[in-house]
Design a protein around this ligand. Sequence first.
Ligand SMILES: *Cc1c(COP(=O)(O)O)cnc(C)c1O
Length: 384
Amino acid sequence: MNFKFPLNSFENIQTPFYYYDMDLLNATLDSVSGEAGKYGFKVHYAVKANANDRILEAIRAKGFGADCVSGGEVKKSLECGFPSSSVVFAGVGKADWEINLGLDNDISCFNVESIPELEIIDELAAKKGKVARVALRLNPNVNANTHHYITTGLEENKFGINQWDLEKVVACLAGLKNVELEGIHFHIGSQITDLLSFKDLCLRVNELQKWFVSQRIFPKVVNVGGGLGINYEQPDEHSIPDFESFFKLFDEFLELMPGQELHFELGRSMVCQSGVLMSRVLYIKNGVQTHFAIVDAGMSDLIRPALYQAYHKIENLSSQLENEKYDVVGPICESSDCFGKAVDLPQTKRGDLIAIRSAGAYGEVMANQYNLRELPKAYYSDTI
Ligand SMILES: *Cc1c(COP(=O)(O)O)cnc(C)c1O
């Protein structure tokens, strides 16, 4: 299924705005459930990828859980109707009020990243007379081969518990009365396109599981996080990521103990191709080597190119002329406010509609008001 642009409906809408193809979103979600369902795997959607109401509602309606990384996300997921039994809470720096919020709502699991955090959860749970379910987030020291800003599973990263601390953590856990071990958790990074990184993760999880067995510890859940990448270069050829190969790889290489559940936390791959950022060309200006196409969307609407040097495919939906090269830039007073350099676009003029593709994840949710710009609005294929 392909992304569809309702060009007529766009005519009277003020740019910039996000637009979501709900048919493509639903087809993507069906593919995730179908492929994960083959093996009985459970998927929690990583809310941070896109926490827009309509998107969350569509995801909840398909029966996915919610993976949260802040109290705000826990609150939002519960308000949106995700059952607390399918809300998990990760994050390297959970504040007391965020932990209390999770405890008050009996969320299914805290993914814990350090001994001091474990002790605080125990203390806060004790005050409420509760026992918190926790999973230990282990740093597997596996390279995700992705941008260094979105690599999370190496020893040098701030995330997770490193191997050399594991014995201490397990000993600490045994002495705490108000936390109980539910599982072990991993997340090695984001926008991972080489499935071999996930195979490395599986092999590492198998090793760690053997260690747990040797300690007579049997975690009920193994949670391998998210990170499946999408194809930013060819959003139409690959509008739905290859979930089949992804889940099959885990089935093949990850050795579960009898009765153990395998959980995933996918974000980007579930929503990314279903969203675009639409903008219009304000001015064309001649540069030294190329033309500048100055558009009305900026890094405040979509920060990924400025933050991670991320590539997004850019299309001019209004012109059929010969291609020329353009630096597509926004209006914000930063040189990093650039969506693409030397982009091949059909000859472009003021007023042309520009689509910045694959913007459904880490797009709208990261929008901000720098330069006192307005936040971009969102429109949906089924209500436009
Ligand atoms: C961000 C994040 C995810 C989702 O990552 P994607 O690359 O969007 O799939 C999953 N788990 C945790 C703990 C995360 O921080």
